[in-house]
Write a protein that binds this ligand. Structure first.
Ligand code: TXA
Ligand code: MG
Length: 317
């Protein structure tokens, strides 16, 4: 059921049930972070492997100390700058944080979401919410309540309606190694924005052999349709003549032809707008019974790096 009833949502969570909640990045599948029953329900419904840890959502930076310890000064600076907002900090965990949340690591991922409904809900609860993105493991993240209900038809009792997600891609994840900030996942806040606050970031994404952030396995965020990423869409199009093709384009339509569906993400070339619309466009293309999706590479700067990262992972290996 898709609803705006906050009291009902609260009741579910207090009873160790899980629900979907809106955030400014993507919808999350939320449960009481202090309750193992609820945590297990998250993993089961998502078909998520237990080695992939969860993000704990808190109502404000003032509750950080209840979850994390030994917090570096730079982490506090980042929290002050970007919370509430799409930044996740990986910090040393407090001993009471469940191994189910952290996948047995001694660190825990934490963020304060910037969505009025998520914040209102957190405000009314006396526990934080563990919430991965509300999609089956490996598939495209949901940016609307309908995306969530399409995924979990009949298996999830309550989806809180919060409109379309304003950011549209997941939070940026930053950890700390020897007190140096390290990027574990490209996200909705660009590297450049973070470097303005902390100076040079160490980049540690894309690491299948040693996944710092196991959600960053190379194939992830993936549509079912075979997907390609290219700088030269017209050229690649030639090799799929006669097939049903979906084009995912940054700012310009390229040609109108039968058998080709086009999704243009931002006519003004605005990367923020493209980020907001990316997953919804991928969901639509994936449901269009296509032979192939061809996605155009974004300029490799700012949010463009995040969008290229997501598309790279959408490609079937
Ligand atoms: O924007 C977001 O972050 C959304 C919304 C719902 O908040 N959540 C989200 O969660 O994207 P999920 O579970 O899809 O991705 C969480 C990522 C995974 O890549 C996971 O490996 C990483 O966070 N992570 C969690 N705990 C970690 C830890 N202790 N160390 C390193 N990475 C961690
Ligand atoms: Mg996810």
């Amino acid at each position: 059921m898709i609803t705006t009833n906050l009291n009902k949502a609260k009741e579910y969570l207090i009873n160790d049930e899980i629900i979907a909640i809106p955030t400014e990045t993507v919808y999350g599948l939320a449960g009481n972070a202090y309750c193992e029953t609820a945590l297990k329900k998250i993993f089961t419904l998502k078909k998520r492997p237990y080695y992939n840890p969860l993000i704990v959502h808190i109502k404000s930076a003032s509750s950080l100390n209840t979850i994390a310890s030994d917090i570096p000064e730079i982490a506090l600076r980042l929290a002050e700058e970007f919370w509430p907002g799409p930044l996740t900090l990986v910090l040393k965990k407090q001993p009471h944080i469940s191994d189910l949340v952290t996948a047995g690591k001694d660190t825990v991922a934490i963020r304060v979401p910037n969505h009025p409904i998520a914040l209102a809900l957190l405000e009314q609860l006396d526990f934080p919410l563990a919430a991965p993105s509300a999609n089956p493991f490996g598939s495209i993240s949901p940016t609307s309540a309908t995306h969530v209900s399409n995924y979990f038809e009949g298996k999830l009792d309550l989806i809180l309606e919060g409109g379309e997600c304003a950011r549209g891609v997941e939070s940026t994840i930053i950890g700390f190694e020897d007190n140096q900030p390290v990027l574990y996942r490209h996200g909705s806040i660009s590297i450049e924005e973070i470097e303005k606050i902390v100076g040079k970031l160490i980049i540690s994404v894309n690491n299948d052999s040693k996944p710092n952030s196991p959600g960053m396995l190379s194939r992830h965020y993936a549509p079912i349709t075979n997907t390609f990423l290219t700088n030269n869409v017209p050229e690649l199009l030639k090799s799929f003549q006669g097939r049903k093709i979906g084009l995912l384009l940054f700012k310009n339509e390229i040609l109108i032809e039968k058998n080709i569906i086009q999704e243009v993400l931002s006519e003004n070339g605005d990367l923020k707008e493209a980020a907001r619309k990316l997953y919804a466009a991928l969901h639509r293309l994936d449901k269009s019974d296509l032979d192939v999706i061809i996605a155009e590479k974004f300029p490799n700067e700012g949010l463009g790096k995040t969008l290229n990262d997501r598309l790279q992972r959408a490609i079937k290996k």
